[in-house]
Design a binder for this molecule. Structure first.
Ligand code: UDP
Ligand code: MG
Length: 320
């Protein structure tokens, strides 16, 4: 890091079908970067890196335009849609070789970009990881807030530790990025992995705004699969619960066995079928559920074993 010139900062923004928000986002980020540059907090080599995650609309065209007009904007185009986490990783890995620190944020700027100042301050104080944490979710709909907070609780209950109310808005120093690059897993859940990288970390609070245009790319269905992904990538606790459940049911069945013998001895063996029906359905359901949980993990092992690339870069637009 060159003290004179300031920190070379990369802002990494994954974009999927974001043509509605991108022009405004670019404008705001440009103002922010200019201000930081004027105060000599960041170096002239600092960039905003927009990662196009295989968008189906004009997102890449907009990124190309921004790059043509202003060398502040770099663009990375993925070969196809790989999802938020992989797109973000692609951007961070490009930034890793070029920056002192990288801040990741969403294209809709729901995360207050002014928190970047505080993140840089923490970085200067020696933190390698700075988490952006939402102080309030007033602007989110009740439903989004309820499901999102439930998400963090479920994650923690299932043993996938993560920073509460922290999404993917964070600063990573170059060496934290290098640490991150050593995690080779294909089932990527950055929020769970970043704490495992270690180093000194800090949190910065901000309030979350509304998406100013476009729609959320995380409908409930994607959120649920994201939660399942996170839990099964970070923890084997669900499998342990399955084993415990099996043990519990075995103990219950011992009780039922004893009860049946007593009934038989007392000559009252012809009982209704209700109890049998109930146990068949209950036990059958639990077996299927348990198989499903184990299947999830087997599927993950399968994907990891193949070790396919997490993203493929089609093109990189940048001015040195
Ligand atoms: N995103 C992406 N690939 C996808 C889905 C989303 O790169 O397949 C990006 C999206 O463009 C945005 C970020 O991930 O920058 C977060 O998405 P969104 O704002 O829709 O999520 P929400 O804030 O509603 O959770
Ligand atoms: Mg959003």
């Amino acid at each position: 890091m060159n003290r004179e010139e300031g920190i070379t900062l990369y802002i990494v923004v994954p974009c999927y079908n974001e043509e509605e928000v991108l022009p405004e986002t670019a404008k705001r980020l440009k103002e922010k970067m200019r201000a930081l540059l004027e105060r000599r907090e960041i170096s002239p080599q600092s960039r905003v890196l927009l990662v196009n995650d295989g968008s189906k609309d004009g997102t890449w065209g907009i990124i190309e335009g921004l790059h043509r007009e202003d060398s502040l904007f770099s663009g990375a185009d993925l070969s196809r849609n790989r999802g938020h986490q992989n797109a973000l990783l692609a951007g961070l890995m490009v930034a890793m070789e070029r920056c002192d620190a990288a801040v990741s944020m969403d294209a809709d700027l729901q995360d207050d970009i002014n928190a970047v100042d505080a993140m840089l301050e923490k970085y200067r104080q020696g933190c390698d990881v700075v988490y952006g944490v939402r102080s309030s979710r007033k602007t989110d709909s009740f439903f989004k807030r309820f499901t999102a907070e439930g998400f963090y609780r479920l994650m923690n209950a299932m043993g996938a530790e993560s920073v509460f109310n922290h999404a993917d808005y964070r600063l990573l120093s170059r060496r934290a990025l290098e640490g991150l690059s050593q995690f080779k897993e294909v089932n990527l859940f950055l929020r769970g992995i970043v704490p495992l990288v270690g180093y000194t970390s800090a949190t910065v609070e901000y309030s979350r705004g509304e998406r100013f245009a476009g729609e959320s790319k995380y409908p409930l269905k994607k959120m649920l699969s994201f939660a399942a992904e996170g839990i099964t990538s970070m923890s084997v606790r669900p499998i342990r619960y399955v084993s415990l459940l099996g043990l519990l049911i075995f103990l219950v069945s011992l009780g039922i066995l004893i009860y049946s013998i007593i009934q038989w001895a007392g000559g009252r063996t012809v009982m209704g079928w209700a109890s049998i029906m109930c146990s068949i359905w209950a036990v059958g359901g639990l077996i299927l559920l348990s198989l499903g949980v184990i299947g999830e993990y087997v599927g993950k092992i399968y994907l990891e074993a193949k070790g396919r690339p997490r993203y493929i870069l089609r093109q990189l637009l940048e001015d040195k």
